[in-house]
Design a protein. Structure first.
Length: 242
């Protein structure tokens, strides 16, 4: 960066010849006369048209490093500042060119219609692509859930049937409930028509143990012991397979 010195009485400014609009730059205000005390800290919050961003002492303690930002193009004038000990800083002039980085349109700060940023619509089409993976995952989960719904239903009715078989007593309500749970299990495995199968239909489909199941419930309703209730393991084993 090229710096130019202000040829006036101490204190003196050290500043670049130009500061691009909107960019930060460093100015130095120092006391060159070693017979005079170091400069007190400037109390200003703005330096003319420049916004003062930070103030740091110089390494030799003879002045201050001031970081400023140009907020207005044109010739910027920093007026003389009263430093509080009868010393005043000289007037400083710095050019702020209206530059355009990479050829982009220049937009001012608080200007007119020409300074309004162009409207950029939200890229909904591109943004919607972000939803494709979650949507695909959701569809896959729904299809998997629906495909396994029959297996879940069958698993549920198997557990319910196992909990009620064999019947705990020979009460008519207990026997009817066990019969209902068995029919629910058969319907879940073979379809709704299995609710009406009798002994002949069970044997026709090689479900001999279920034929015994139906006969044992009928016998229990009339206080008979034969045939006995078939074991739960044998009943469930016949329902395995495709």
């Amino acid at each position: 960066m090229t710096f130019g010195w202000c040829l006036s009485a101490a204190p003196v400014w050290k500043a670049p010849a130009e500061i691009p609009f909107g960019q930060l730059a460093v100015l130095e205000l120092r006391e060159d006369d070693p017979a005079l005390p170091a400069l007190p800290r400037p109390a200003e919050e703005k330096l003319g048209p420049f916004a003062l961003r930070s103030v740091e002492p110089l390494s030799d303690g003879r002045g201050w490093r001031l970081t400023v930002q140009a907020l207005r193009p044109g010739m910027a004038i920093i007026p003389a500042m009263d430093l509080g000990d009868t010393r005043r800083s000289p007037v400083l002039k710095i050019n702020v060119p209206r530059t355009v980085p990479f050829g982009a349109p220049w937009m001012g700060v608080g200007g007119g219609q020409g300074d309004i940023l162009p409207y950029v619509p939200f890229p909904w089409a591109w943004a919607s692509l972000l939803g494709v993976p979650p949507l695909a995952l959701a569809l896959w989960l729904v299809r998997r859930w629906r495909r396994n719904s029959h297996a879940r239903t069958l698993h549920h009715v198997r557990r319910v049937f196992a909990h009620h078989w064999p019947p705990k007593d020979s009460e008519r309500a207990t026997l009817d409930h066990a019969h209902e749970q068995g029919r629910d299990l058969l319907a879940a495995r073979f379809g709704e028509e299995a609710r009406s199968w009798g002994v002949a239909e069970f044997r026709l489909r090689q479900l001999e143990v279920w034929a015994t199941w139906a006969q044992s419930l009928d016998a229990a309703r009339f206080a008979r012991k034969e045939p006995p209730f078939p074991p739960l393991k044998d009943l469930l084993k016949t329902l395995e397979g495709p």
